[in-house]
Design a protein around this ligand. Structure first.
Ligand code: T1G
Length: 704
């Protein structure tokens, strides 16, 4: 049973013991009910303490049980909470570290609550596309008031326990709320026993949160205000508005009706594709740091000093990640002027953050003090990790890594920020290929969460384990990729862009393609994105591609655009026209005419292309290439590919990533669509990944 039961001079202590976060899975739920009933039947027991072992009181319902029979098997969380609340003997919830979701709802069913300061208290269900489903929308407003409760429920954000203490308690930062009867600085277990003995001596009945009134001068008005402000931001996510509906139901119709309504909302939301996507992303983020053949207890190297080579846009952004985590960085450039410019840019970035009120001025200076600018490789000799972010050309990388091999200390990790070059070739420039790894940051490197960790054939396992742990410290979502051209993200995006260009030849225009895929949920369509990044970047990659794969069929329409010097925003015109100082993309008559005449030259019969075809061809191009990446072992799991696209390429979170989206559509339908496009003009680009057909035949998806 994932619950321990002990007694201490008339106090029963029920301890949740279901690592890692005391998830309220079936066995834990059953254990709590058994413990409460056992305490009722023991005349020596006068009061009951409910507490959690390990790192949390409870992280909530066990999300891994969702949409499985266990989730609704008795005792459900509702039954557990009802049992706790119905206990004739007072139940005291003693909370440390974390009480979230169902964990907090369980505590709300207790008669009293005490907490250690600094515990994270939250109802984060909305972040999983659901809502508190075990009375949270009914009890929390009664415990801390309508406004504080609605804010917590709709945002899902944690609040520190000391901010939710009972009114009148002499505790700093006291908010007028009534969640905790005591905030305990010392030994929580001792305090819980003392508190239990105190209330255990009192005659019942003991207070129930559900009996409290929700006091608010204008509840209906506040709820309407909340609904309007949430509706504006909750596009594509049904959860937040449902949270408000459930709270409102309790305010208007009383606790029991509100509870029933909340249950209906929960059951409706937990089945939605949006909730499935959000849960997929929650677990996908955590699964990404697990590398199948690298044991989780692999010893890691100590990273105290980092060096970054190259103080340009990427190098400066990369350096900021480590500085933000308090890790000193030696920043190397070849020329003083470039070094000064790089350090200056970092300072400017921090000044902008200070201006936004997100960084204290003194913190800015502390961070700048962590930078040691230098022109000499000798200053890198103590670095534990060296990240090069120099010009994307193999010859330049060769010089850098040969030099690093001479100066870096034994055991230093040598990382390349390359986005397209072969990490094995780079490793071969050194006598220590086992210490070489790719760390592909995405621009702007200090903002984008995604980090592709490229594993060379010789990269040591402890190097990988070290980089994955360091990625967490610098708040990146790290995904391991094998060595191939473009790794995971760029290799897939190349097929996406290929389809976009073919569709221009066949009849679409840039604005239509962008609008269609932005309506699907992408942050930015391929042509607006290309104009922003610079069309010349894609042009350079295509020229290399034409040489490497002369047989590969690409549309040359983008080359035609680049030959006219239309590189995008930076040249005042690309696929779109731009006005000075205005980043709005205006459809360009000149370009549209160039496209139609290009089709004529290519004898391509222009036709009306539907938005549905645009979305299918763009997204299924990603899916098909992703399937090949999985087949080749470049990525170890489909959720890794989804995390790349959710955190690095603006794929809509509510669809969970290209591979989950394909599962939602059904691989049977994906296969049929790909075969259809393969039979049309430019169909040679569609080589169906065998695994799609195999999985479709078994009625399965990429994610099981
Ligand atoms: N269920 C199952 N597994 C969970 C879990 C949960 N609720 N929370 C965490 N894990 C796993 C996680 O996958 C990882 O597994 C390990 O625990 C450590 O997590 C009825 C229905 C609690 C703040 O949304 O926010 O209650 O990778 O790396 O950084 O209304 O986990 O080690 O195998 O994140 O110390 C609502 C989600 C559920 C809280 C701890 N609760 N969890 O952070 O560790 S729905 C949540 C978190 C609900 C009720 C509804 C965090 C944490 P592995 P971690 P951490």
């Amino acid at each position: 049973m994932a619950v321990d039961y002990t007694t201490h001079d008339g106090v029963a202590v029920i301890t949740l013991n279901n690592p890692p976060v005391n998830g309220l899975g079936l066995s834990t739920r059953a254990g709590i009910v058994e413990g409460i009933e056992r305490a009722q039947n023991d005349p020596a027991v006068k009061a009951i303490v409910l507490t959690g072992a390990g790192k949390a009181f409870s992280g909530g319902a066990d999300i891994t049980e969702f949409n499985t029979p266990k989730a609704t098997q008795e005792p459900t969380l509702h039954t557990v909470i009802k049992t706790v609340e119905g206990s004739a003997k007072p139940v005291i919830a003693a909370i440390h570290s974390v009480a979230m979701g169902g964990g907090l709802e369980l505590a709300l069913g207790a008669h009293y609550r005490i907490a250690a300061p600094g515990a994270q208290i939250a109802l984060p269900e909305v972040k999983l596309g659901i809502l508190p489903g075990a009375g949270g929308t009914q009890r929390l407003p009664r415990a801390i008031g309508l406004e504080a409760a609605l804010n917590m429920i709709v945002s899902g954000a944690p609040v520190m326990s000391e901010k939710l203490a009972h009114p009148g308690l002499a505790h700093p930062g006291l908010a007028d709320s009534g969640l905790f009867d005591e905030v305990v600085e010392g030994d929580l277990a001792e305090a819980a026993l003392a508190f239990a003995r105190k209330v255990g001596a009192k005659a019942g009945p003991h207070p129930k949160v559900r009996d409290r009134k929700i006091e608010h001068p204008n509840a209906a008005g506040f709820i309407q205000f909340a609904r309007n402000s949430v509706a504006a931001v909750a596009k594509n996510f049904p959860g937040p508005l449902k949270c408000i509906d459930a709270v409102e139901a309790g305010v208007q119709n009383g606790f029991d009706k509100g509870l029933a309504f909340e249950r209906d909302c929960f059951i409706a939301l937990v089945q939605t594709p949006e909730s499935h996507a959000l849960r997929h992303a929650f677990f996908g983020e955590r699964a990404a740091s697990k590398i199948p053949d690298v044991p989780s207890d692999t010893p890691v190297r100590d990273i105290k000093q980092v060096a970054v080579i190259g103080a340009g846009t990427m190098g400066g952004g990369i350096a900021m990640n480590f500085i933000n985590a308090g890790i000193p960085v030696t920043l190397l450039e070849t020329k003083q002027e470039a070094l000064d410019r790089g350090v200056g840019t970092i300072r400017k970035n921090y000044e902008a953050t200070v201006k936004k009120g997100k960084l204290k001025p003194e913190a800015l200076e502390q961070r700048m003090a962590l930078i040691t600018p230098t022109l000499s490789y000798d200053d890198l000799k103590n670095a534990d990790l060296i990240v090069e972010a120099v010009f994307e050309e193999l010859g330049v990388k060769e010089q850098v890594f040969k030099r690093l091999d001479e100066v870096a200390k034994p055991g230093a990790i040598l990382a390349s920020n390359t986005s397209t070059l072969d990490v094995d070739k780079i490793a071969a420039f050194t006598k220590r290929p086992q210490d070489v790894v790719g760390m592909h940051f995405f621009s702007p490197a200090n903002v984008m969460k995604l980090l592709e960790v490229v594993r060379g054939k010789d990269t040591a396992k402890d190097v990988l384990a070290t980089v994955m742990k360091l990625a967490k410290k610098i708040k990146k979502t790290a995904v391991v990729s094998g060595v191939c051209d473009g790794f995971i993200g760029n290799r897939m995006i190349e097929q996406y862009i290929r389809q976009a260009l073919f569709m221009l030849e066949e009849g679409a225009l840039p604005a239509q393609v962008d609008k269609a895929i932005e309506k699907f949920g992408f942050a930015m369509g391929p042509f607006r994105m290309s104009d922003l990044a610079g069309n010349d970047i894609g042009w350079a990659i295509r020229k290399r591609r034409y040489q490497e794969h002369p047989d590969m069929h690409y549309s040359k329409i983008a080359d035609r655009l680049c030959e006219t010097g239309r590189f995008g925003q930076k040249t005042g015109g690309g696929w779109y026209d731009y006005k000075a100082g205005d980043r709005t993309a205006y459809p360009s008559k000149v370009v549209d005419e160039m496209i139609t005449s290009f089709s004529k030259e290519a004898n391509a019969e222009r036709r009306k292309i539907s938005d549905e075809e645009i979305v299918e061809r763009l997204v299924f191009a990603l899916v098909n290439e992703g399937a090949k990446i999985l087949e080749e072992g470049i990525a170890s799991k489909a959720s890794d590919i989804d995390m790349v696209y959710l955190t690095g390429y603006g794929f809509p979170l509510y669809r969970g990533g290209p591979m989950l989206y394909a599962d939602t559509v059904g691989l049977y339908n994906v296969e049929r669509a790909i075969r259809r496009y393969a039979s049309r003009p430019n169909g040679d680009a569609w080589q169906l990944a065998p695994s799609i057909a195999e999985l479709a035949a078994k009625g399965r998806g990429f994610n099981g």
